[in-house]
Every structure is written in C-alpha cells, then in structure tokens.
Design a protein around this ligand. Structure first.
Ligand code: NAD
Ligand code: DAU
Length: 342
C-alpha cells in the first residue's frame, strides 16, 4: 500500500538508515523528514536522495508546535493517510549525565507535542522508537521482555521511559493508533562517534587511546542498524496497534570483547586500551527477549556480528571524510569535557 510517512530525526544515525532503506525498499512511498539538525543530525547522510520529489526535508524542532505543523502540512500535500515514525531524541547517556534538561525537552515535551499534532491530524499509525534502557539493568542472567517493569536509571533512559508512558497514555485514553519499539544497542554506518563502536574505531584508526569505562565487563546486546530498521518497518506495516515490541540481536558481549575485536579488525595493538573512571550509574547488562516480534511479525536479524562488525569498520575507513567533518570543534569540546578528568 502506498503511504506517506513523517519521520522525525531522519538525519540522525538510525533515522537516516531508515529513510535510505524506505527509499530503496518502498520507492512509491512519500517521506517527510523532520529534523532539527542538532550536533547528531547530518543531511550529508541523505545526499543520495537529493532531488527526489518523494523525500521532503523539513528543518524543524519537535518541541515547536509550528514546526511540527509545517511538517504535517508537507505530508498532507502528498494526499492520502499519514503515518509517523518517531526517532527524534537526545540519545547519548553520557551527555544526559552532564545535563538532563535537553533530554526532558526533546524526548518528553517534544514527544507530547508530536502526539498532540498527530491526533489532531488523525494519523493512520504512529511508531514510537524507544529503547531497552527503559527496563533498567539486568544481573548475570535473564532477559528483558515486554512485561519487564520500567526501571530506567539514567536521565536519558528516564526521559525515554516518560515518552513511552505518554504514548501509552495516548493509546489508552484516546485510542491513539500507536506501537512502541524497544531496541538494544545499534551499530553501523552514520553513527555519531560519541557511541562505543564508532568512537573506538575512530580513536584506534588514529592510534589514540581507547577509553573503556570501569572493568569493561558491562554487557550490551548489539544489533546491526539495518536489522533494527527492518524491524521498525515490520511494526509500521504489520504491528498490532497498542503493542510494545522488543527488538534485539541475540548478540550479548562485554564491552572489552567489542573493543578487542575492533582492534583486531584494524590491526592495532591492545596496548591502546585504557581503563578509565566508570560512567556514574552505569547499567551492568542489557539482553533482549525478541520472541514476540519474531513470532508475530516474522522478523529476525539478518546480519551476524561476524558479518556486520567488519562491514561497519570498513564503512568508517571508506568514509574518513564524513568522520572528519562530524568530529568538528563542537565534538572536540564535548570529548574534552567527557574524558579529560577520567
Ligand atoms: P541520534 O542522536 O543519532 O539522532 C537523533 C536525531 O534526532 C538527530 O538527527 C537530531 O538532529 C534529531 N533531533 C534531536 N532533537 C530534535 C528535536 N528537538 N527536534 C527534531 N529533531 C531532533 O540518535 P539515534 O542513535 O539515531 O537514535 C534514534 C532513536 O532511536 C532515539 O529515539 C533513540 O532513543 C532510539 N534508540 C537508539 C538506539 C541506539 O543504539 N542508537 C537503540 C535503541 C533505540
Ligand atoms: O540500549 C540501547 C541504547 O544504546 C540506546 O537507547 C542509546 O541511545 C545508545 O546510546 C546506547 O546506549 P549505551 O549507553 O549502551 O551506549 P554507548 O555506546 O554510550 O555505550 C555502550 C557501552 O560502552 C556502555 O556500557 C558504556 C561503554 N563505553 C562507552 C563509551 C562511549 C565505554 O566503555 N567507553 C566509552 O567511551
């Protein structure tokens, strides 16, 4: 079925991968892409769509109702029903520890503004892209299911948990046609080099030290970004309204394992590894039970870690100009504030 999709945050890491995937896999769909172009948003990611009439970029902020309305006006001009896929967020835990307020503004207030506008327009479907971090931290065993209580621990994850509850409230109170997805850690092309994998690739490539927090034994469940995007598309097309879907890679590893694999992939020595002061409140382990989306929607990850980590490393090597441009002055100032005292 032909669709118009309003994507928020479509110039960021996962959002731009999703927009590129939609353009390739659903070429008859129209895409309106609303993004504030914060430090994490980069239109260069979408260069290949330049001049394509079915992709309209709207430079705007989800915390400003007039910007959101402008994006919906652009979507309505295509005619027919409009769906929303909501990625826009402040997304980095370490930044939320430095300052929580921007996270409340975008992730909480922005989501409510988007929900209100979406209800006023009468959207066909709304997919809220959330995170496994809303469930808090696991011990050595067990998995997050959709019924795990919300016990978020960082300002980032708590702002995402609040946004999930606002979506839940809209579903419950207004019969709003939404689904919520909660995915584990993504990696792949276009990820901003403040997150573990691209940061380690970037530093190791320049023979700089690799700052591993604490004992390096915190565990994350890593999923290639293309697999996450395909899961979101499955929820958009087939998800049961009102439901939450966990998404994960069956791919748990301690951070130090990931860092050593990156060093091996780049042919760099382990002497670059430096254990540094831990992240305050650092969640120990995340692991996803993705059984529900696998059973109901037939989704499964297509990429193994063995395939997709080398693809990711190669992408950063082949796109060193992209990396140099995103690591501009603002990023260097953030890096100094984050790592100088560690
Ligand atoms: P990102 O930081 O790379 O991109 C966020 C995008 O949102 C940027 O393009 C930015 O410009 C835009 N944005 C930020 N504030 C905005 C605002 N007020 N108005 C409009 N646009 C704004 O984030 P990401 O890693 O691509 O994550 C996307 C979504 O997926 C987030 O909601 C995040 O919580 C969720 N998520 C991320 C991961 C992960 O591993 N990265 C895993 C699970 C869920
Ligand atoms: O689980 C999903 C979440 O994954 C998303 O919701 C977030 O948006 C995304 O940022 C990510 O959160 P994490 O905090 O898990 O990701 P990050 O890449 O920041 O860190 C991954 C692990 O690596 C974590 O245990 C902290 C550690 N780490 C991170 C950095 C940046 C280091 O040891 N050193 C570092 O320099």
């Amino acid at each position: 079925m032909k669709r118009t999709v309003l994507v928020t945050g479509g110039a960021g890491f996962i959002g731009s991968n999703f927009v590129l995937m939609l353009a390739a896999q659903r070429p008859d769909w129209n895409i309106v892409n609303l993004d504030a172009l914060t430090y994490a948003g980069n239109l260069e990611n979408l260069k290949s769509l330049e001049g394509r009439p079915s992709h309209v970029f709207v430079h705007g902020d989800i915390t400003r109702p007039e910007d959101v309305n402008r994006a919906f006006d652009a979507a309505k001009r295509f005619g027919g029903p409009v769906s929303v896929v909501h990625f826009a967020a402040e997304s980095h835990v370490d930044r939320s520890i430095l300052s929580g307020l921007p996270f409340v503004q975008t992730n909480v207030v922005g989501t409510q503004i988007l929900l209100d506008a979406s209800r006023a327009v009468g959207v066909e479907r709304f997919v809220h892209v959330s995170t496994d971090e809303v469930y808090g931290s696991l011990g050595a065993t067990g998995f997050f299911t959709e019924d795990t209580p919300i016990q978020s621990n960082s300002p980032y994850s708590s702002s995402k948990a609040a946004s999930d509850l606002l979506v839940r409230a809209a579903i419950h109170t207004h019969h709003f046609p939404a689904c919520i997805t909660r995915c584990s850690n993504n990696y792949g092309p276009y990820q901003f080099p403040e997150k573990l994998i691209p940061l380690m690739i970037a530093n190791a490539s320049e023979d700089k030290s690799l700052p591993v927090y604490g004992d390096g034994m915190n565990v994350r469940d890593w999923l290639y970004v293309v697999d996450h995007c395909e899961a979101i598309l499955a929820v958009l097309e087939k998800g049961r309204l009102g439901e939450v879907y966990n998404i994960g890679g069956h791919n748990e590893h301690p951070n130090i394992f990931i860092v050593k694999r990156i060093l091996a992939g780049l042919g760099k020595p382990e002497s670059l590894i430096h254990y540094v002061k831990d992240r305050p409140g650092h969640d120990r382990r995340y692991a996803i039970d993705a059984g529900k989306i696998e059973r109901e929607l037939g989704w499964r990850p297509r990429y193994s870690f063995e395939q997709a980590l080398p693809l990711t490393i190669r992408w950063y090597q082949e796109n060193s100009d992209w990396l140099a441009r995103v690591r501009n002055g603002a990023y260097r100032a953030y890096y100094a504030s984050q790592y100088a005292a560690r």
